[in-house]
Design a protein around this ligand. Structure first.
Ligand SMILES: Cc1ncc(COP(=O)(O)O)c(C=O)c1O
Length: 449
């Protein structure tokens, strides 16, 4: 028995046995192809959020699936006690495509940012300078670990878990005078997103970023750019910093790099690399052959499929049509972002979560940020026709003057404690008698005598 096609059982298990930190829509996906996802009932949805900017090559991409299948057959994991060919190759490809000289691999965006924060402090420690303070922006998002939660300039993420890590300062975004005022003798680094994705898709101004870079150079401060969401083609260039005419000292990646296989990376210059000596940092899983094979396949696919051209083509069409909707409907306050990371901000007459549910019921998946922003971050392989079908759906929903009331069905997703139904028990307990016998171990051709 498998629960895969039984949504009632899936949600029952979830409510009873998974920690209730998410508020999922009432759906489970079991298959994906290209830009589409299919639920347990076989319903088809256009994936305009791509696993939150993760499924860069869409779903079931033959190149990515082929690469990880082949790698899984050869070797899934081996430790960092040894050289790993895929890790070496991915590091080379990423450094070649960016400002960086060295790469460190991990498993998520938060871990990549932890590595960035640590190496920035380590750099000044080994230089013998008393610099440890990190300046980050208000409304930023850098992750959920203690270091990255502290770096995140939104108190709501860290308040229940105080005290946070010492040595952080926060400044308003896009305000160079505030950064200048915050810099002091102990400032080690300034850490910024170029588009604040998690607080409503707010792009940095080019003059601001260029002025921050200049300040960093003048004062000997490291510039950390968090490209966990914006990196790997999302904004129409391989890395978002390339849209700004600057180079950082440290850059972090995750999300789109593995096309869905968990991977994170912290990239830096040779100079900054002095901040970590052997044993200073590490990861059991980071840089494993499977995840790095996925990263290589994603990087290769950009060249083979002219993916950046597609991002720019679809992006231009989306911005044009969404701005037309903005002129048509007074409730749209702004359309902003870059490439295929776009936020649509509404006034108070539209509640973003309600609109997200209405789109979902019409077969379109997006995310809602706060009360007023709908974010789209579709697979980078999405076609113009597919993307414009989303704009038409939005148009039609707005034209029927969707009130924006959240769907009450969401309230059913509450933590209700531990419950074990007969159907749940059957999953683990009802085994035919012969299956309970221990399986014979596979024979090894080369076992030691
Ligand atoms: C800019 C940014 N940094 C860091 C993170 C954290 O990444 P992860 O959830 O993989 O730890 C996110 C996740 O949304 C992000 O958008």
């Amino acid at each position: 028995m498998s629960i895969e096609n039984d949504f009632a059982l899936i949600s029952d298990f979830d409510k009873n046995y998974c920690l209730q930190v998410f508020a999922p829509l009432p759906v489970a996906f079991t298959k994906g192809k290209g830009s589409y996802l299919y639920d347990t009932e076989g319903n088809k949805y256009l994936d305009m959020i791509g696993g939150i900017a993760v499924n860069s090559l869409g779903h079931g991409n033959p190149k990515l699936v082929g690469a990880i299948s082949k790698q899984a057959r050869n070797l899934i994991h081996c430790s960092n006690y040894y050289y790993i060919p895929q890790r070496s190759e991915l590091a080379y490809r990423l450094c070649r495509a960016s400002f960086a000289d060295k790469a460190f691999f991990c498993n998520s965006g938060a871990e990549a940012n932890e590595a960035a924060l640590k190496i920035a402090r380590g750099y000044f420690h080994y230089k013998g300078e008393d610099k440890y303070e990190i300046i980050t922006a208000e409304k930023s998002f850098h992750g959920r670990t203690f270091g990255t939660m502290t770096a995140t300039g939104q108190e709501k993420f860290s308040k229940p878990f105080a005290p946070v890590v010492p040595g952080f300062k926060y400044v308003p975004f896009n305000d160079i005078d505030a950064v200048k005022a915050a810099v002091g003798p102990h400032t080690a680094a300034i850490m910024l997103e170029l588009i604040q994705g998690e607080s409503g898709v707010n792009p940095a101004d080019a003059e601001y970023i260029q002025a921050v870079k200049k300040l960093c150079t003048e004062k000997g401060i490291l510039l950390i750019i968090d490209e966990v969401q914006t990196g790997v083609g999302r904004t129409g260039k391989m890395f978002c910093y390339q849209n700004y005419g600057i180079t950082p000292d440290i850059m972090t990646l995750a999300k789109g790099l593995g096309g869905g296989v968990p991977i994170g990376a912290m990239l830096c210059t040779d100079e900054v690399a002095k901040g970590f000596q052997v044993g200073d940092h590490g990861s059991t899983f980071g840089g494993n052959p499977l995840a790095c094979a996925a990263g290589i396949a994603v990087m290769e696919y950009f060249g083979e499929a002219n993916l950046l051209d597609n991002v720019n083509l679809v992006s231009a069409a989306l911005f044009e049509k969404l701005n037309k909707l903005k002129s048509k409907y007074g409730c749209i306050k702004a359309v902003r972002g870059m490439g295929l990371l776009i936020g649509i901000e509404f006034d108070e007459t539209v509640i973003a979560s309600g609109l997200r549910e209405e789109l979902f019921r019409n077969g379109f998946l997006v995310s809602a940020i706060g009360k007023s922003v709908i974010r789209i971050a579709p697979p980078l392989i999405i076609t113009k026709a597919q993307a414009l079908s989303f704009v038409r759906a939005l148009d039609s929903i707005l034209s029927t003057r969707m009130g924006g009331k959240p769907n009450p069905i969401l309230n059913a997703f509450k933590n209700i404690g531990r419950k074990e139904t007969p159907a749940m028990k059957a999953l683990v307990e009802e085994k035919p008698a012969e299956e309970t016998k221990p399986a014979a171990l596979p024979e090894h051709e080369d076992e030691l005598e």
